[in-house]
Design a protein around this ligand. Structure first.
Ligand SMILES: Cc1cc2nc3c(=O)[nH]c(=O)nc-3n(C[C@H](O)[C@H](O)[C@H](O)COP(=O)(O)O)c2cc1C
Length: 156
């Protein structure tokens, strides 16, 4: 069974709620899912995963520092995550607040690790961007992400 890490930072709960939605969806698709706050991830375990779904609130148009810390510490495993799958999501305060930039910043780091990223044609193109608490629109975006990400993980 393929194993994926869904990890996130969240201060007021919105990104955490998205992470739970994504993790539940991936479990329904038959994947083994570890859901953890980013501060609680054991870095030495990350090579065990076949894929990563990483979420952060939008802080000034980029990821919150605990997520950046996780990314920076992952350098220890540079070249060891090559060919694994990656996806990202965010919650922001306002439409146009820069959420796509957050998602792209996270994805950029995983691309540098050699991970494989799938763009989305029928949802937010780079990954789900909630405005505050995830709503019905985000439910649909998450469903698309889950479907595409689960299929990608199985293919790789
Ligand atoms: C330090 C800080 C910076 C923020 N910067 C932005 C921003 O640039 N654009 C935006 O739309 N929202 C911004 N927000 C709002 C958060 O992204 C938003 O409230 C988000 O839903 C919080 O997610 P959480 O509930 O998972 O902590 C910022 C919030 C904080 C605390």
């Amino acid at each position: 069974m393929k194993k994926v890490l869904v990890t996130y930072y969240s201060r007021t709960g919105n990104t955490a709620e998205m992470a739970r939605m994504i993790a539940d969806g991936l479990v329904d698709k038959g994947l083994e899912v570890i859901l953890k706050r980013v501060e609680e991830v054991n870095m030495d375990s990350i090579t065990e995963f076949d894929g990563f779904v990483v979420g952060s609130p939008n802080y000034f148009g980029t990821m919150a520092w605990p997520v950046k810390k996780f990314v920076d510490e992952s350098v220890k495993f540079f070249k060891k995550l090559d060919g694994k799958a990656a996806a990202a999501f965010t919650s922001e305060g306002m439409i146009g607040g820069g959420g796509d930039l957050v998602v792209l910043d996270i994805l950029k780091a995983f691309l540098i690790h050699g991970c494989v990223v799938q763009g989305l044609t029928s949802a937010g193109h780079f990954g789900p961007v909630a405005v505050g608490k995830p709503d019905e629109r985000i439910g649909k975006e998450v469903a698309v992400l889950v479907e595409k990400f689960a299929a990608l993980v199985e293919r790789l």
